[in-house]
Design a protein around this ligand. Structure first.
Ligand SMILES: [Zn+2]
Length: 194
């Protein structure tokens, strides 16, 4: 599958999902076939938010998506290593960074900038990681959604620029790194140019 075809598969699956007729609700038929090997075509970096179920919203069966989820869908060392595994070892042709509307992690970063109050426990580590994009998008109206979009842009750039495996695959036209945001209410994924 080409990177362009991989993008088209996700776009088509998201359309099936939003239109209410998904194709891949039952996955048990694939289980035995997948037990011996996996060949996911895309790595998806998404948020942990329970309302953003990656396989469901792209209407893809088990075995298709290599998914990394962390609150705020940013990349760190282990996320990057997981992503590189998906590309170099498993052969994925696409990396998709998936932000979403009303993201609690970016809301926490915005709240921190406004109030100065730290989050409890180690949660502040997440807030600190996301504070730069929140600061860069500061505004009165639509701040959180602007931060969500900017976080996707920044994360796409970080992935492109911090991995020789990614850079080599892009140079050989074997990989694309793209991003988008998922709307909790409509179910649509909107691409973000980056
Ligand atoms: Zn979120």
């Amino acid at each position: 599958m080409s990177p362009e075809a991989a993008v088209a598969e996700l776009v088509a699956g998201n359309r099936r999902f939003t239109e209410g007729h998904p194709s891949f609700g039952l996955q048990s038929a694939h289980r035995v076939e997948l037990a011996s090997a996996q060949h996911p075509f895309a790595v998806v970096l998404g948020c942990s938010d329970s309302r953003v179920p990656v396989e469901t919203l792209f209407d893809r069966p088990a075995g298709d998506l290599f998914v990394i989820r962390v609150a705020g869908n940013f990349i760190d060392t282990y996320g990057l290593a997981t992503l590189e595994y998906g590309i170099a070892i498993l052969g994925a042709q696409l990396v998709f960074v998936l932000g979403h509307s009303s993201c609690g992690a970016l809301t926490a970063a915005v709240d921190f900038l406004e109030s100065g109050e730290s989050a409890p426990g180690t949660i502040q580590h997440l807030v600190d990681r996301l504070t730069p994009v929140a600061r860069a998008t500061r505004r009165d109206e639509g701040w959180i959604e602007a931060a969500v979009a900017e976080n996707v842009r920044v994360t796409v750039a970080e992935i492109r620029n911090s991995s020789s495996i990614v850079a080599d695959a892009i140079a050989r036209q074997k990989l694309k790194v793209v991003g988008g945001t998922y709307d909790l209410a409509t179910g649509w994924v909107t691409p973000i140019e980056g």
